[in-house]
Design a protein around this ligand. Structure first.
Ligand code: GTR
Length: 329
């Protein structure tokens, strides 16, 4: 039975490979795109949709293959590879860009956005464009922003009912100095680490928990080892799709325009898929018996963030950006 399953699996894999190579042959150039999330995740599906539009716009000259599930590596490493031109496209949270592109710190600040609508208004407008342009000096071309919901703390120990409950706990954060300071400002300890190491680190007690949005908490399986989730919603960090500047420079002007247009056109597709996924993940997690603390007083969390703003919003440029975001209705 086992042998037969294996044979059937081989047959299936062979067919899939044959299909993939047919697609590759039909296409003059296949761009490699990285994503840490599994197949079917909204960001993965959005870049696939972008690929289809790109293929059509360029009459089959350009296609995209999405390497999902961190096949090309963890985010910090894939960012470097994208800067070097080894990876053509990369869909990443703005968090891991904080130490590289200072402008990305502003939309990554805790409680900077009042809601997802506020975030959309800002990132779809001139401030968003300034941030996309800020990638250029770092060998990257910013193409579009995607949604990352709102991020909240989860842990393996106990329900967090107030800011005091966080004291002394150990949380994983994305590889961004600002998030380390954010967690310290809340009285807890932060360990920056790659996404793929979080599950086992919680399981073995290296950390007590982490923080993320509903879809990531679900698809990473973190809820299985950290079944206490508190909706303090400290971050609404947008995600970004970037292209390697090396790849960009190798494209004709028409192809560059097609890349930009199809990336932009993938945004509404992403948002729709995101809303659907958020709803499904929440439903699944609640059903799985996770204890969710919904009503938490966020004001003490917001008040604690002063030192983070003071430390990171230092240049006139960033101060002005923060002010304009706060003033955006
Ligand atoms: C997710 C995000 C990923 C990754 C991950 C993390 O919400 O979509 O790009 O940054 O969080 O926490 O590492």
């Amino acid at each position: 039975m086992k042998a037969r399953t294996t044979f059937a699996t081989w047959l299936l894999a062979g067919t899939a490979l044959a299909m993939a190579s047919t697609a590759a042959v039909a296409c003059e150039r296949t761009l490699r795109s990285s994503d840490t999330h599994p197949d079917g995740y909204p960001t993965v599906e959005a870049v696939k949709a972008m690929g289809e539009m790109l293929e059509e716009k360029t009459d089959g000259k350009l296609c995209i293959e999405v390497f999902f599930g961190a096949q090309l590596g963890e985010e910090k490493d894939t960012i470097e590879q994208t800067q070097f031109g080894v990876i053509d496209l990369n869909r990443v949270s703005l968090g891991p860009f904080n130490n590289i592109v200072p402008e990305t710190q502003v939309p990554s600040l805790p409680y900077i956005f009042r809601s997802t609508e506020h975030m959309h208004k800002v990132m779809d407008g001139p401030i968003g464009q300034e941030i996309l342009d800020a990638f250029q000096p770092h060998d990257l071309v910013g193409l579009a922003f995607y949604d990352g919901g709102s991020r909240s703390f989860y842990n393996s120990e106990k329900p967090i009912e107030s800011i005091d409950d966080l004291k002394g706990m150990k949380f994983r954060v994305m590889q961004s100095d600002m998030f380390v300071d954010m967690v310290s400002a809340l009285g807890a300890n932060a360990t920056p680490m790659p996404y793929g190491e979080v599950y086992s680190s919680i399981q073995t007690g290296v950390i007590d928990g982490a923080e993320n949005n509903w879809p990531s908490y679900d698809t990473s399986g973190h809820y299985e080892v950290a079944p206490y989730y508190t909706l303090d919603q400290h971050l609404i960090v947008p995600e970004v799709l970037v292209m390697s500047k090396k790849t960009w420079d190798s494209l004709s002007e028409d192809e560059q325009a097609a890349v930009r247009e199809s990336a932009k056109a993938s945004v509404p597709i992403m948002r729709e898929a995101w809303n659907e996924q958020e709803r499904k993940s929440e439903e699944k997690i609640v059903e799985a018996g996770v204890e969710v603390v919904k009503d938490i007083d966020k004001q003490p969390f917001i008040d604690a963030m002063g030192p983070v703003y003071d430390k990171y919003v230092t240049s006139d440029k960033l101060k002005d950006m923060v002010k304009r975001i706060q003033e955006t209705e």
